[in-house]
Design a protein around this ligand. Structure first.
Ligand SMILES: [Fe+2]
Ligand SMILES: [Fe+2]
Length: 158
């Protein structure tokens, strides 16, 4: 198996792609012609990424003993989710709106802190602690999986 095919590498690549989409939106704002499409795609990808982590990846890692770090990841997902909800609300404002660059910078900063920890503390275990079946399930989800409609992250459930 090549490095790129490991689960950790695939998840890290999603982190980079999501960051790039948010940065593309920010760049378009700085050019005076905000283009929300890359931001919308990045937020869809981020929601799906968080779903994959919370619904498929984290439970077996928690069972393997990573209880405390996963609690931190879930709390940070809640903060990230809330920033995305702000941005989605701003995107839905018909007049005088549009997502603010400031909230996008907040999202990027939250992701930077979160992803650093996740990549250092959680993902290495994704390559060693999961069964072959679960590893295959995660790779299949990365290729074609969809988040269930209306799903929200654990910390954002009312
Ligand atoms: Fe995460
Ligand atoms: Fe992640």
């Amino acid at each position: 198996m090549t490095e790129e095919q490991t689960l950790a590498a695939a998840l890290e690549r999603e982190h980079r792609e999501i960051d790039a989409g948010i940065q593309a939106f920010l760049a378009s704002c700085e050019n005076g012609a905000p283009e929300s499409e890359p931001l919308l795609r990045a937020m869809d990808a981020l929601r799906r990424h968080i779903y994959l982590e919370e619904a498929i990846l984290f439970p077996p890692l928690r069972d393997a003993g990573l209880f405390a770090p996963i609690l931190v990841m879930l709390r940070e997902h809640g903060e990230i989710w809330s920033t995305m909800e702000d941005l989605a609300t701003q995107l839905g404002v018909a007049h005088g709106g549009g997502p603010s660059a400031e909230r996008c910078r907040t999202l990027l900063a939250q992701l930077e802190q979160h992803n650093l920890k996740e990549e250092a503390v959680i993902y290495p275990h994704a390559d060693t602690a999961l069964s072959t079946d679960l590893d295959a399930e995660l790779h299949a989800f990365l290729a074609t999986g969809r988040m269930p409609l209306g799903w929200v992250c654990e910390q954002s459930r009312g």
